[in-house]
Design a protein around this ligand. Structure first.
Ligand SMILES: NC(=O)C1=CN([C@@H]2O[C@H](COP(=O)(O)OP(=O)(O)OC[C@H]3O[C@@H](n4cnc5c(N)ncnc54)[C@H](OP(=O)(O)O)[C@@H]3O)[C@@H](O)[C@H]2O)[C@@H](O)CC1
Ligand SMILES: [K+]
Length: 494
């Protein structure tokens, strides 16, 4: 599991550790880890060319000390000092005594000389700003970032890509065509992950993230991201002595005569969710379509361990009655799509008899659910602060909320937040949400908690999306559905 801590938490943990360690110890640990990764990326350090982008804080200090280590091993290291008067004095002295070079930004001809060095570099280390950064790149870093983007060097971000907000992953808008953050191939982060490394757009700038242990002992994380082993531990496996009822039965109220496809996709996905059986509840004609596609489904109401309700049910009176009937059953429930629109009309009180609920909105549905809490919001606002809004919805509805999007975020009512690391833009396709609903609903019926079902469902769904789009060609929701067994195999066979 990857855990991320806020800047405030990191600062507090750093202060506690610095109080008992000799001065400079943490920076030396960070620089040592950073240098090891860079050396690995270079392959042969001797004779390689390394350029350091050095800002005014300790992030630049890390880069200078790591650069000194590479210079001692025979690399040609040039430090571009973007705030020459404020560059880390100890780091600069270490670089110089190791045979490294420095070029201050106020030297005559700096822009052209700096761009030449960047163009010839094998590796560029981004030590412009770390967790002390505010806002996007400033001049002259923005111009250099553009040159770095055009050069062939491997880019290593120190702690986090400069310009990315450490706590939210936000990246300011591009100004005058210049990048507002520096995209990295590898980010070497210290002590713990920062939320901005796990949440888009920041996550997309970070590349591969490597964690260097510097001895920090931070408190409970503000954000978690599961990995294969975490998911494999949670996924239901049938015991030797079991039957279909013991494995859990999911009731699925999806689709309508207007939207029968939602029911077919959701039931298809539910059959790959680890439950023992599936009951389809809905209009006769839709039930026939479901049966034609999936003969193993039972049609008609009956005893179930959990319900999934909403995709394609429409928002009229009949749909309202279907949702009410599901909620009256007092079993854990997943509500999606049209079900969320209807739920927003009545607000959280509609869930008061439900033993556990999982709501799976996209940003537009989140706006409606927030209105159900009496809070005005916009789609763009929700997308800009996904973690904050998911948390507010989870608390307001006393439910787990899976907020779908470029980074899917999951918040539970106790305030814990997860981010799904397996997403792919190929999942932004019609019917993809129906597949997620069927899959996560079946996991709920199999006995996972709403949060576990959300975390595992989003993870497998994302992996299936990657498998379906493996050839780089667009894929449909049916392709994602067909890839689900492969996703299980990848997780459980690992
Ligand atoms: N925590 C830990 O455990 C450890 C932390 N370590 C390292 O320390 C880093 C944090 O160092 P830090 O606090 O000195 O801040 P840092 O990120 O270098 O930047 C602050 C400076 O940048 C400036 N500045 C701000 N925004 C800017 C912008 N957009 N563009 C340009 N400049 C901008 C700002 O100046 P001002 O805004 O006042 O002009 C200020 O001078 C951390 O990320 C990690 O690498 C490790 O050594 C070991 C253990
Ligand atoms: K950085």
């Amino acid at each position: 599991m990857r855990e991320a801590h806020s800047v405030e938490q990191v600062r507090a943990a750093e202060a506690a550790l610095m109080a008992v360690l000799p001065e400079g110890t943490l920076m030396q640990r960070a620089a040592a880890g950073l240098a090891v990764t860079c050396a690995g990326l270079l392959g042969r350090v001797y004779g390689s060319r390394v350029v350091l982008l050095v800002g005014s804080g300790d992030n630049g200090g890390d880069a200078l000390y790591a650069g000194a280590r590479l210079a001692r091993r025979g690399a040609r290291v040039d430090a571009l000092l973007l705030s020459p008067q404020r560059a880390h004095a100890g780091g600069l002295a270490a670089l110089r005594s190791a045979g490294g070079w420095s070029l201050p930004a106020d030297a005559p001809g700096f822009p052209a000389a700096a761009q030449r060095l960047v163009a010839a570099a094998d590796l560029v280390m981004d030590g412009i700003v770390g967790i002390g950064g505010r806002g996007g790149l400033r001049a002259p870093a923005a111009e250099l970032a553009q040159a770095v983007g055009q050069a062939g060097a491997v880019v290593v971000a120190v702690d986090l890509p400069s310009g990315v907000d450490a706590d939210t992953g936000a990246v300011p808008a591009v100004v005058e065509g210049l990048p507002s953050a520096l995209s990295a191939d590898v980010t070497v982060t210290f002590g713990t992950h920062k939320p901005g490394l796990l949440v888009d757009p920041g996550a997309a700038y970070a590349g591969v993230v490597e964690l260097v242990d510097i001895g920090l002992e931070p408190p409970a994380p503000v954000l978690r991201a599961a990995q294969h082993a975490d998911i494999a531990r949670l996924l239901p496996r049938p015991a030797r002595e079991t039957d279909k009822y013991a494995r859990g039965v999911l009731g699925l109220a999806a689709g309508s005569e207007r939207y029968p496809g939602a029911a077919v996709l959701a039931t298809g996905a539910a059959l790959h969710g680890g439950a023992g059986a599936l009951r389809y509840v809905g209009p006769r004609a839709v039930g026939d379509a479901v049966l034609a596609a999936h003969p193993e489904v039972m049609v008609g109401a009956g005893r179930v361990q959990a319900y999934a309700v909403g995709p394609g049910i429409d928002t009229g009176e009949e749909a309202r009655e279907r949702l009410a009937a599901v909620l009256a059953d007092e079993v854990p429930v997943l509500v999606d799509a049209d079900g969320l629109t209807l739920l927003a009309e009545s607000g959280p009180k509609a869930l008061r008899n439900t033993p556990g609920a999982l709501l799976t909105p996209h940003a537009g549905e989140a706006v409606r659910l927030l209105a159900g809490l009496g809070e005005e919001s916009t789609r763009a606002g929700v997308e800009a602060d996904r973690i904050g809004y998911a948390r507010r919805l989870a608390a307001g509805y006393a439910a787990t909320v899976l907020l779908k999007g470029s980074t899917t975020v999951i918040a539970d009512p106790r305030g814990e937040v997860w981010v799904n690391p397996t997403g792919t833009p190929y999942l932004a396709t019609a019917g993809s949400g129906d597949v997620l609903t069927g899959l996560s609903g079946a996991l709920l019926a199999a006995g996972l908690s709403p949060t576990e079902a959300a975390v595992c469902g989003a993870y497998l769904h994302g992996l299936a999306g990657h498998l379906a789009a493996d050839e780089g060609a667009p894929c449909s929701a049916s392709d994602v559905l067909r890839a689900l067994p492969g996703a299980w195999h990848e997780v459980c066979g690992a």
